[in-house]
Design a protein. Structure first.
Length: 282
């Protein structure tokens, strides 16, 4: 069975490497005037796709998004995606490793949302920064590493500001709940195979289960248990498509001693058994 490839920066770029953990290219240089089609795969690095002008589709963790002008896609390591960009699309593709000099707090704030669409005119400052990063990356002038890192940090700060401006006027009142929700998702990314109890995550967040539930219901209209279940299913789908492991191996990987219970859980939430999901998702 064909499985989802895991791409590294070395695999994904023909450009010179910046200490082996950063790369940037224009979409025009990648597509060469043709449709750009990437089949389902995952990365071991952060992936930022900036569309100046373009059209197409982008599926991230099995959720479809439309590619439009002034859209920015942000992906964390481990997420799976497939992409189709129409010929003539313009923009940038940035890739960098977790060890690259970007504030972890900044990355955490950005990574809870996969797409941001900017209002016309708001993209100008970001494009100027990206143009400068591309120039520094290709020319490799003295001190180019420091210039790229500084400009990339400014780019993400500006992006976060613009994204906040596009959201509710009540963003200040929601800041603390949103930060706690972001922390919850970050904990799930690393702990879902070992911990599945709401009480565990509430304790780690210094919240009561009632407080955690109030946050998730107010921001997502979901209970913490719903979110935990969704995360288990998402990671199960990734494993089913990204590996050739048997279902019982995946069940053990996700912390289930009884594979039959895992199979029932997966079917309850998806309508398919793990094996049938593998077949229909090829």
């Amino acid at each position: 069975m064909e499985v989802i490839p895991v791409r590294s920066i070395k695999d994904a770029t023909k450009e010179p490497h910046l200490l082996g953990n950063f790369a940037i290219r224009t979409i025009e240089s990648l597509s060469e005037g043709k449709d750009m089609v990437e089949s389902l795969h995952r990365h071991d690095f952060f992936y930022v796709l900036v569309i100046k002008n373009g059209a197409g589709s982008h599926e991230i963790d099995f959720i479809p998004y439309q590619v439009t002008n002034n859209s920015i896609f942000f992906m964390k390591p481990g997420q799976v995606h497939r992409l189709t960009l129409k010929a003539g699309s313009t923009g940038y593709l940035l890739q960098f490793k977790n060890g690259f000099s970007i504030s972890q707090e900044l990355l955490r704030k950005l990574s809870h949302k996969s797409i941001c669409t900017l209002a016309d005119g708001n993209e100008n400052r970001l494009i100027i920064l990206l143009d400068d990063i591309v120039r520094e990356f290709l020319e490799e002038r003295e001190g180019y590493r420091e210039v790229i890192k500084a400009n990339l940090s400014v780019f993400f700060i500006e992006l976060l500001r613009l994204r906040h401006n596009n959201e509710s006027k009540a963003i200040a009142a929601r800041q603390y709940p949103q930060e706690k929700l972001d922390e919850f998702f970050e904990m799930l990314d690393t702990g879902i195979a070992q911990f599945k109890q709401v009480t565990h995550y509430a304790d780690m967040l210094n919240l009561s289960t009632y407080q955690l539930g109030a946050i998730t219901r107010s921001l997502l209209n979901k209970t913490p248990s719903d979110i935990i279940s969704e995360h288990i299913i998402l990671e199960a789908k990734r494993q089913l498509l990204a590996t050739s492991d048997q279902v019982n191996q995946i069940a053990y990987y996700l912390g289930y001693d009884d594979p039959s219970y895992f199979i029932r859980f997966f079917k309850k939430h998806t309508g398919h058994s793990p094996e049938s999901f593998r077949i229909i998702s090829k």
